[in-house]
Structures are given as C-alpha cells and as structure tokens.
Write a protein that binds this ligand. Structure first.
Ligand SMILES: *Cc1c(COP(=O)(O)O)cnc(C)c1O
Length: 394
C-alpha cells in the first residue's frame, strides 16, 4: 500500500503512540485532582502546553487545547466575532478557498447578522495582501485566511497579511492546520492573533488540537462547565492525546528541514511525471507549495473513478479534501482558482510524507498514467475533445 493522503490525516509516529500509551496505562489521573497522582497528569498537560508554545514562538498561557482543527477554527472566529459585536463591528474578511470549518462558521455568523467578504483566490492559488487591505472597512472585526491550503497546498503570504491587519488594528486568524509541523510557523514573525492547529495532521492522534490566542484576545466560553482551560472549554482534558500531540510536534519540528528537503524532491518528481501526461495541469503554482502537496487536473476524466482505480492498485489518494469526497460537486477550492466544472472534476491530490519512497513515487506515476489513459478510453467527454466537438482547455 502507498499512502499518499497525508493532507487528510497522517500515521501516528511511534514516539507519539508511546507517549499516548503511557498516559493511558500509567499516568491516567484527572489533572484537576489535588493528590499527587492527578498533579502528575496536570504537569504533563502544562509541559505539553509549554512545548507547543515554544515551537510556534508563543507564551504557554496563549495556548488553548481543543478537540482539533475544526474546533479551534470555530472558537477563534466566534471569539473574534463576539469581540467585534461589542464595538458594533460585524464585518469579517476571508477567502473563497478556506476549509469548511471556517466557511461554515462564517455562514452561521451571516445568519446572526454578520457581513462576510470572501476574497477571490487567483489562478496561482494565492490571496493578494493588497486585496485584503482594500477590503478592510471601519466595521471589520476579523480577517481569517488559511496558512496553507489543504487541497492545492499553496502557502499564503501570511506575514504580509498579518502586517496589514496589525496596521489597521484588526484581528487576524489563520487556519494553520496544514502548516504547523511541516513548515516553520512563528506567531510573532507572522503577526497573527489567532492560529489553529491539529495533531493528526503532523503524526499525532486524532481528536486533539490547539488554538493560539495572543495575550489580550479574549476567547468565548465554548463549553460551559468546570474550570478547565481557564473556563473557556470545560471538560476533563484529553491528557494522553495532548501529551502525544506535543511529542509529535517536537519530533516533526526537529526533523522538519531534512524531511522537507527529501519530500520536496519527490514532490517535484511527481509533478514532472504527471505533468508529462497530455492535457493535464498542476493546480496552483510551483513556488509557494507545501513540501508534500501535488494537485493535478486531467481533462476528460472523473476524479472519483481515478481514485477508485488507484485504490485497486494499492494507492491511497484523494480528489480534493476528505470532507467533500462523497459529494459529486467539484472542489470549491479548484473552482475558486478558476478551474471550470469539467476540468475541476478530473482532479487528483497526492500528499506525500517522509515515508514515501522514490520507488513509491515511480509506482504512482506509472499507475496514474495507466489509469488516466484507461478512463479516457471510454469517456464521452474525451471523445468529444478528441473529435473536436469540444475544445481542450488544458
Ligand atoms: C484537517 C483540517 C482541518 C480540520 O481539522 P480536524 O482536526 O480534523 O478538525 C481544518 N483546516 C484544515 C486546513 C485542515 O486541513
């Protein structure tokens, strides 16, 4: 099996599993208990908080543990919206290719009387900082732009956007779920006020993540109950998951540079190999791409069939995000960068990791070539394209 869907989730690292197991088996006390067994769990929690904060250049007090990236996004956006409403500011700026955890939260806020401007994403897959600045209004309370896109892997000009938000005194949130643990992220350098991350995207466990909230940015109480997480999120903490998340993140950051170099070489070989298939195109540009992301469109085929046939060959990939697969709509991300429906339908996302070998890469290229040719063989759209009834776009 070749697993090339690391943007959907990653395999837990052995060290993270060890940490998690030890907290499940041995240090399983409740961190809120006063006796020493509970306090050991509390220490684990605070050590994890300090370790995670250090990785992104934050203070431990600025880290709130959550159930993952989606919760962190919801909490960040809802908090900024609530703060804005206090000053009659109910306008939010975001982009058309955000994760649904952001887009659907914004949809919900619209029903509550907020106004949302969704910026266009350009063909290269990048949001323009000057367009963020132009969209700012007197009543803007939040800008939320993702750090790196989960489908096309484009790394956004976060530092620049953050600078603009700072200059205008507007809160800036970034969904950094695809970035943290993969590329260097630093909240000071990047001028961010709120940042979301998720453990299962960097070889940690599922169901745990964190939200960075800059000192002074007041979060809302997402879950009422006990005093855990300063009362912002009641409920006994997921100590095994949180400790394992810290282990995974420290590990990812230690080997980030070496891994990224290796992964980039294989990514570039994939881009070269798949680019040689006729009437195909890379989505997004070459330069601003996450180390492990490859996203292609092949004209005249359906992405779904491509995935199923690749699965038969033991290759796990995706046509876009895990969240939209299962629906027949083309990816909102590919539409946002200007791909027409027919072309967007024939998409393939490969997200590789340090475990993907050179041999795996060659196998993927051969398999994709074979399957694309096979599918085009009985595709009515391909027939129309080759007989000149329809014009090729790619
Ligand atoms: C995976 C992902 C999320 C959701 O994270 P969960 O921990 O699965 O809730 C949010 N944003 C982006 C960009 C993602 O890739």
């Amino acid at each position: 099996m070749i697993y090339a869907d690391n943007a959907a989730t990653t395999k837990m690292s052995a060290a993270a599993i060890d940490t998690m197991t030890s907290y499940l088996k041995e240090t399983w006390g409740n961190p809120s208990s006063l006796y020493s067994f509970g306090q050991t769990a509390k220490e684990a929690l605070e050590n994890a908080r300090a370790d995670i904060a250090a990785v992104i250049g934050a203070d431990p007090k600025e880290i709130l543990f959550t159930s993952g990236g989606s919760e962190a996004d919801n909490q960040a956006i809802r908090s900024a919206a609530a703060l804005g409403a206090k000053n009659r500011k109910r306008h939010i700026i975001s982009s058309a290719f955000e994760h649904h955890a952001v887009l659907h939260t914004l949809e919900a806020l619209k029903k509550e009387g907020y106004e949302v401007t969704l910026l266009d994403v350009h063909e290269d897959g990048l949001v323009r900082p000057e367009e963020v600045e132009a969209a700012l209004r007197e009543d803007t309370c939040l800008v939320t732009i993702m750090y790196a896109n989960n489908e096309i892997g484009m790394i956004q000009p976060i530092q620049k956007i953050g600078e603009i938000c700072r200059k205008h005194g507007v809160l800036f949130h970034t969904d950094a779920v695809q970035a943290v643990g993969h590329i260097p992220v630093n909240v000071e350098r990047d001028n961010v006020d709120l940042l979301s991350a998720s453990a299962h995207k960097f070889h940690g466990p599922k169901g745990v993540g964190f939200l960075y909230a800059k000192k002074g940015v007041r979060l809302t109480n997402l879950i009422e109950g006990g005093a855990q997480e300063k009362g912002k999120r009641a409920g006994t903490e997921n100590v095994p998951g949180i400790a394992a998340m810290a282990t995974a993140l420290k590990e990812a950051v230690l080997s980030m540079e070496t891994n990224a170099d290796q992964i980039k070489k294989r990514r570039d070989r994939l881009i070269e190999g798949l680019g040689a298939i006729e009437h195909s195109a890379l989505n997004g540009d070459r330069e601003h791409r996450l180390p492990g992301n490859v996203n292609f469109c092949f004209e005249g085929i359906e992405g779904e069939s491509l995935l199923l046939l690749l699965d038969d060959k033991g290759i796990q990939a995706s046509s876009g995000s895990a969240c939209t697969s299962g629906s027949l709509d083309p990816s909102h991300v590919l539409l946002a960068i200007g791909r027409v429906h027919d072309v967007a339908h024939g998409s393939l996302r490969l997200s590789i990791s340090e475990e993907t070998s050179d041999a795996d890469v060659e196998e993927i290229i051969c398999a994709v070539e074979e399957v694309v040719t096979y599918l085009r063989g009985f595709s009515p759209i391909w027939r129309d394209l080759t007989t000149g009834k329809k014009q090729f776009i790619l």
